[in-house]
Design a protein around this ligand. Structure first.
Ligand SMILES: CCCCCCCCCCCCC/C=C/[C@@H](O)[C@H](COP(=O)(O)O)NC(C)=O
Ligand SMILES: Nc1ncnc2c1ncn2[C@@H]1O[C@H](COP(=O)(O)OP(=O)(O)O)[C@@H](O)[C@H]1O
Ligand SMILES: [Ca+2]
Length: 548
């Protein structure tokens, strides 16, 4: 068995053995493809893929000397050889619903020289995938979701990282905010990425640690709501092991640990918008998924008391919140995101390499260049819209917030990196109407198609609860923060059903200690090891690792 062609950079093509069959195996560095096909397909078995298998090099997970199983080896015709020369290629195989699996194939070479030639050629071509991480810092929340974070990492993720030659430093968190605080201390430069194993709350910790660290290192005052924040270039990977896992689901298409691990190994990169939340000139939090007041704030408040229920706590408290049916009075002011190409109801879904995100971020950058004034972000003051009223829910989402509970999400057409957020206002309505609105999140029907629901694509917004409108909200000392959240009885509107004046803000699953807030979207502030949602049609019909 000789190579038909000279070695790299030209095509390497040899006849190798795979499961007792002779295979023509080709590595085409020009097209970055590895392919193989059986020379004499066995009857009935390979009729389905007469053209063989083609795998883009970008989807090869690892290449290594095969681990020879004694039994397998003895049963093979190669047993006469003093040393078997076999290598294993692991690669991504797409399954249904955006799930990825790591598949492996072992090729046997007749002689040692050919074996080393193949191993070298494959290693060389993988070395050219320079965007892949080599060193990762991993934080595991052992108490997230069903408390299986450690197990999930050890059983499903660590073996893949190790096969792909990725070095890891693993920290199992010992208390809330351990990961966030640790990120201020570690030498982040050492790593190509940070991985969090947990839910949206755990991701939020890592997000705060990294963004905070970068602002500190670049002397940006995060308390200034108009500060131009420095971008984080270190990517974050999410291994889903939480209760909602919406950041993972909405950026990958599924909450599956193995799929996430493979996206990390391949070195995917998805830029993501981040919203900053302030009260006057005090920084409160960052949000990437849901910033919700009213319904989702109350769901969170009740669910925190029932943490022991695990992920089911949201169902219990969702039901309870639905029955209590509170509405909250206040005023919302926002500026529309004029530069964006999309709109919340256009049904153009954000996908991998999304055109709308690329164009919108380019336009925004140009706009910012012309408006640039030192390190401050300057907004025009003329286009504010104010809406006053009683609301069941006020939700600002800078991504779809798709999750297993709602596969389309709170705003199905929101974009991951267009620099905008969708502001959803659900006005006071009957219980039945609110239920109809909620149920639409679980079907393909438009949840915005109700007279009591409005949705706007915005670059920022401010909310002032009615109760605080006439007060002096200047004071931002810690003492006043607690007091303002104290539940109060609405004396103004005894008949309106809002016996609680204030709800709380749910910021990516964490409570915020202020009700009067302002939010601003920072376009593509961070990057994830993800690629957005792959075109469903492309995925089902033209699976690159299936048939050519
Ligand atoms: C008949 C009732 C139908 C109810 C459908 C309701 C749609 C549910 C949409 C949920 C969208 C949640 C957005 C994500 C929020 C997460 O950041 C947060 C925190 O998630 P974590 O616990 O950290 O994984 N989860 C919640 C429920 O607040
Ligand atoms: N070791 C720990 N002990 C207690 N809480 C922790 C620990 N590590 C992380 N946390 C906190 O747990 C909260 C929930 O974590 P998360 O992984 O999002 O799970 P879930 O999706 O079930 O809410 C987060 O707010 C995070 O800060
Ligand atoms: Ca967005």
């Amino acid at each position: 068995m000789e190579s038909d062609h000279p070695p790299l950079p030209t095509v390497l093509c040899s006849v190798l053995s795979m499961k007792r069959q002779s295979c023509e195996v080709t590595l085409d560095p020009g097209r970055s493809l590895l392919s193989w096909r059986e020379l004499r397909p066995r009857r009935g078995r390979d009729r389905s893929r007469p053209g063989g298998v083609t795998v883009p090099v970008a989807e090869i997970v690892s290449v290594g000397e095969a681990e020879i199983d004694e039994k397998y080896y003895n049963s093979m015709k190669w047993q006469h050889m003093c040393k078997p020369h076999a290598f294993t290629v692991r690669y991504v195989q797409r399954k249904r619903k955006h799930r990825w699996r790591c598949k492996e194939v072992t090729f046997w070479c007749s002689d040692e020289q050919l074996f080393y030639q193949w191993l070298q050629a494959l290693h060389d071509i993988l070395e050219q995938q320079t965007h892949r991480p080599k060193r990762l810092l991993v934080y595991i929340n052992p108490y997230g979701g069903k408390k299986r974070g450690k197990q999930i990492y050890e059983n499903k993720v660590a073996p893949l990282f190790s096969a792909a030659g990725i070095c890891t430093d693993v920290i199992v968190t010992e208390y809330a905010n351990h990961a966030r605080d640790n990120l201020y201390e570690v030498n982040v430069e050492k790593y190509d990425g940070v991985v969090c194993v947990g839910g949206d709350g755990m991701f939020s910790e890592v997000l705060h640690g990294l963004i905070g660290r970068v602002q500190k290192d670049s002397d940006v005052d995060h308390n200034n709501p108009n500060a131009q924040l420095s971008r984080c270039n270190i990517r974050i990977g999410i291994i889903p092991a939480g209760s909602t896992d919406c950041v993972c689901y909405a950026t990958i298409g599924i909450n599956d640990p193995e799929t996430s691990a493979l996206h990390i190994i391949l070195g995917d990169c998805q830029p993501l918008d981040v919203c900053s939340v302030h009260h006057k000139r005090t920084f409160l939090k960052y949000s990437v998924s849901l910033l919700g007041y009213g319904f989702y704030g109350d769901v969170l408040k009740y669910s925190e008391k029932n943490r022991w229920l695990g992920p089911a706590r949201y169902d219990v408290s969702g039901f309870k919140t639905f029955l209590t049916h509170h509405c909250y009075e206040g005023s919302v002011s926002f500026q529309p995101a004029k530069w964006v190409l999309g709109s919340p109801r256009d049904q153009i879904i954000c996908t991998s390499r999304c055109y709308i995100c690329r164009q919108s971020s380019k336009q925004l950058e140009e706009q910012q260049k012309t408006q640039a004034c030192g390190s401050e972000h300057r907004d025009q003051d003329d286009d504010w819209t104010t809406i006053k009223g009683k609301f069941m829910a006020i939700n600002a989402v800078s991504m779809s917030c798709a999750c297993p509970r709602s596969p389309k999400g709170l705003s199905p057409a929101a974009h991951l990196g267009d620099g905008s957020a969708d502001l959803i206002l659900v006005r006071k309505c009957s219980r039945l109407d609110f239920l109809r609105h909620l149920i639409r999140h679980t079907s393909n029907k438009d949840q915005f198609d109700f007279p009591f629901v409005e949705v706007y694509r915005v670059k920022n917004f401010q909310f002032t609860p009615k109760h605080f409108e006439d007060e002096d909200t200047e004071s931002t000392d810690i003492g006043s923060i607690g007091k303002k959240n104290f539940p109060q009885i609405c004396t103004d509107h005894p008949s309106c059903g809002c016996n609680h004046v204030n709800s709380i803000w749910n910021c990516d699953g964490e409570t915020v200690d202020q009700t009067a807030i302002e939010m601003r979207v920072h376009c593509q502030l961070i990057k994830l090891f993800a690629r957005g949602i792959e075109n469903a049609k492309l995925e089902d019909d033209v699976n690159p690792s299936k048939v050519l």
